[in-house]
Design a protein around this ligand. Structure first.
Ligand SMILES: Cc1cn([C@H]2C[C@H](O)[C@@H](COP(=O)(O)OP(=O)(O)OP(=O)(O)O)O2)c(=O)[nH]c1=O
Length: 190
């Protein structure tokens, strides 16, 4: 079946995920349920995004009809085997960006598709290289863009991503919060 004709329930409050699905031409409605974004501490960092995406999808399971598919996702930034989620405050945000400055990091978005009788989880990986950033640039970015709702304290679609990222291995949409190419491909066989 054509993925663009499936009835999708997007279980996400992220405006970026809605924007990407909409621009790619999918049909969807947003329905969300609060989920505690916790995971077992011993879990390998590469598995966390998929685990959290599944948790978010399962929390929305009761909402759906027979012909509907829940889509949930979670994005994490990983550097030196440590997960960077959303920053707590200004200092935390600056500290995260300072760690990313001049370095390569990994962004993983886990996605879960869930219907009444099926479930599928998959993840997309992108490796991202930041140019070195000065303290003044970091302060400008955090003050002006307030990246408190962004994993890793930055958004690829804003000034910092557009002007300070020099290399990406993987897709832009994955870094922005939803690997739409992969979603399309997986929906063809779901
Ligand atoms: C790395 C990066 C993340 N982000 C955003 C995407 C996600 O909204 C957010 C990661 O947080 P998530 O916990 O993945 O998602 P969320 O809490 O925003 O939404 P929900 O749980 O309801 O689905 O960071 C960008 O917009 N640009 C980027 O470059």
């Amino acid at each position: 079946m054509n993925p663009l004709e499936r009835k999708i329930i997007l279980a996400s409050t992220s405006p970026r995920r809605s924007q990407l699905l909409k621009e790619a031409g999918f049909q969807f409605e947003v329905k969300t349920q609060d989920v505690e974004e916790t995971y077992p501490p011993e879990m390998p960092v590469e598995e966390v995004a998929g685990f959290l995406a599944r948790k978010k999808a399962r929390a929305a399971h009761d909402f759906i009809q027979e012909d509907e598919i829940i889509l949930a996702a979670d994005s994490v930034v990983i550097i030196n085997n440590v997960i960077y989620g959303k920053p707590l405050d200004y200092d935390d945000a600056c500290q995260m960006i300072r760690t990313l400055s001049g370095q390569m990091h990994r962004v993983i978005t886990g996605v879960c598709l869930l219907s009444k009788d099926k479930e599928r989880v998959f993840s997309a990986i992108s490796d991202v290289l930041f140019e070195p950033l000065s303290d003044a640039e970091i302060d400008y970015y955090v003050q002006r863009y307030k990246p408190y709702d962004k994993a890793g304290s930055y958004a690829i679609q804003e000034w910092i991503g557009l002007c300070k990222i020099s290399r990406i291995e993987g897709t832009f949409t994955n870094i922005m919060g939803l690997p739409v190419d992969m979603v399309y491909r997986e929906l063809m066989t779901f």
